[in-house]
Design a protein around this ligand. Sequence first.
Ligand code: ADP
Length: 679
Amino acid sequence: MQDNNHRSSINKKDGDSRRVMADQEVAGDLKCLLEDSPIAVFTCNKAGDLTYFNEAAIKLWGVDPTPKQQPWDNSWKMYYTTGERMNLAGSPMARVINESRLINGEEITIETQEHVFKRVLVYARPLYDEQHNPIGTHSSLVDISDKILEESKQAILAAIVESSDDAIISKNLNGIIVSWNAGAERIFGYSEKEIVGKSITILIPSSRLQEEELILSRIRAGKKVDHFETIRVAKSGKQIPISITVSPVKDNYGNIVGASKIARDISEQIEAQRAIKQNSQNLELLNSIGKVILENLDVKSLLQQVTDATTKITGAAFGAFFYNTTDLNGEPFTLYTLSGAARSSFDGFNLPAKTNIFKQTFSDSKVIRLDDVTKDPDYWQFGPQFGMPKAHLKIVSYLAVPIVSTAGQVIGALIFGHPSVGVFKAEHEDIIGSIAAQAAIALENSKLFEEVKALSSKKDEFIALASHELKTPLTTIKGFLQIIAKKNQDTVGKLFVDKSLYQVEKLSALISDLLDVSKIEAGKLQFHTEAVDLVRLLKDVMETFPYTNKSHEIIFDDPNEQSVVLADKQRIEQVVINLLTNAIKYSPKANKVFVSLRNEGEFATVRVKDEGIGLKEEHLSKIFNRFYRADGVGNVSGLGIGLFLTKEIIDRHNGTILVNSDYGKGSEFLFSLPLQKSN
Ligand code: ADP
């Protein structure tokens, strides 16, 4: 249809002004042929005016010059293939007529009025009249722009393939290598010449040959293999980790004829991943060792954990901590902790301690790192034998890092060994150096702690002894005062004696508390448990209380049911007295204290509530500590041991004690004890 229309439109144009010569010179059929030709054909007269042009010429020029009868050279510019502008006289069309010769396929570039550049082949010949006078030219232009574009694309692609760092390989469906770029040569070591035509399996380790079958079967099915990480073998035999992408290659008809394969050497990437993993493991270790160092005051376990962690971080076969003190055998250094090896590997081998390598760390606090200790002139070179005794651990890589106190003394050193060459790196020195610095502080702290512990146990001993010694004369004083109280009827004298007895009572309670504290510290606080009814116990305590405390009324919310617990009656009385005493002591402006008891589930809970000074939030968790007193207690006297004892007693009864407080309004102390189970 299209063709017919076209033809008819051409026919319609017959007799148009643009066909000045055509009608006489081109026979009917040939004229049609020219019109239909995909090649631009045109003729000019001697003056350069267009005398004929076909549809393909219009298409090529991008303009139809019909209405204007333009000279042919006006519609477009011409260039040499070098890009240089071509003037009219130099154009193939002008040269044809001037030089009276044929031009057969000269390549030029034309630029249309729309500034489209086209590469064309020019075929031109002069036209003569019957007397052989030149009357014009006949030119055919073959547009080869697409071909040129395709060729330059190919050239660019080829350049990309050649310059790529990746191996770009193509193979046919039988796995035979068809092409091989420079990247492939760099990675695998084979030149293009020696490998093209060979099977791709030459690159595949025998244990992975089945991979190729899988890859080829995917390719045959038209599927891609994307970023497949595997191992291939270079010409040298070296195994290389690579990531490959394989895509099917199709011919012009869409048939799969082979595969293109891009392989990237990922050795560095794998090494970087390994390093990152190692670093993050090291960081975790560092973090945990930092915590251990901060929290641990036990020297042995501290040093063992430091030795274990640093051995792991350095990748050492073994690591050890030596104290800079003479050991039991009189050797200058004492092996204290060991990781990665049995102690027997060191027993009986005091040789290392005698070498200069070892001494430099302990005497001059030097870090020593050797890739191969056996090559060092200070290696164990003394008799009877040269080198290490056979049974000793094999040490080639060696690293020693001193642990230096803040005063500059070498406390000891961490020593690492490995049977291979060059295991320890500079970064290991840095990491171990910083751990050693922390360990030094921790060791000093733990030494201080040991001293404080020793002092503290001396103090506990003193408190125990002093309170015992104080108690005896106090009991005697109390006895005498009671006799005087009975005999003396004089009111003033009786008042003084009563006051003295009250103070002696207080003093003796204080001394008892102190004695209890020292018993708790020594783990000697004894309990004698029996079934105790808490209601009875509370009532008994409260009955005796008003005689000594007249300032407050104690209001008891009687539960009217029993609460039987297994407890040391006296100790629980002591707890209630402590809480009541505090409630009264710390509510000087109030005149009531509230006590309640409730059975709640498996527990009996006693609450002692006051309307006193209360406690600030920040003190709540600390008031149960030994000797702790909150600020703002004014001139209320105390030692800060009552609640410590109270908590210890409740804890030892498997109970709990809590405090709720509203600062300035009052406090509530509540303790719960497990109810005795009825059978
Ligand atoms: P002490 O009363 O001898 O100081 P405690 O161990 O009995 O010792 O109490 C510790 C601290 O807890 C007290 O110094 C006080 O600051 C606070 N405290 C105890 N009971 C109360 C209470 N009912 N109200 C306010 N503060 C209290």
